[in-house]
Ligand binder design. Sequence first.
Ligand code: APR
Length: 171
Amino acid sequence: MKFDIVIGDITKFKADAIVNAANRTLLGGGGVDGAIHRAAGPELLAECETLGGCATGEAKITGGYRLPASFVIHTPGPVYRSYKPEEAARLLRNCYVNSLKIAEERGLKTVGFASISTGIYAFPLNDAARIVAETFRDFASQAASVERATMVCFDEKTADAYRRAFAALEN
Ligand code: APR
């Protein structure tokens, strides 16, 4: 499994699945969650309403509807201030691992991730980036169908944090 970082709008990102920074209701919200629901159209919410929510760190998959992506994997990240730092880190790691596991179960090849919890949920960006880089490195050895995981960053600051974290893996 290769991983890379791009700057862009995840609602326009063409991949088998994109990973949404959801909340536990799965009924949409602000930030990237709101953008994905707006771009996907009302059928996305209609499907989400059948899922009964999702626990923090868990993940659920739906269709992509009007999005270029075929599927959306929804994962509620930790609200940083609600947990001890090590618990927040564990839950954030679970968001990425559980999303990748769902992609593997569906035999998906390409997955684009929003930067989970580093917006409204205020997870410190550099810490999140280090966790994600380590999680992708650790998952790569067990990935059978996922060929590429991409961090789709909305701004340069976010992309730079992930670039530095992934580069630090090499050293
Ligand atoms: N494409 C890619 N990334 C985006 C986009 C977009 N169109 N819009 C926002 N982002 C980025 C933000 O800049 C941030 O880096 O997504 C990252 C996650 O930020 P949030 O969307 O605030 O998500 P999060 O911090 O996980 O908070 C989740 O916000 O939107 C609500 O319903 C959601 O309650 C939940 C909470």
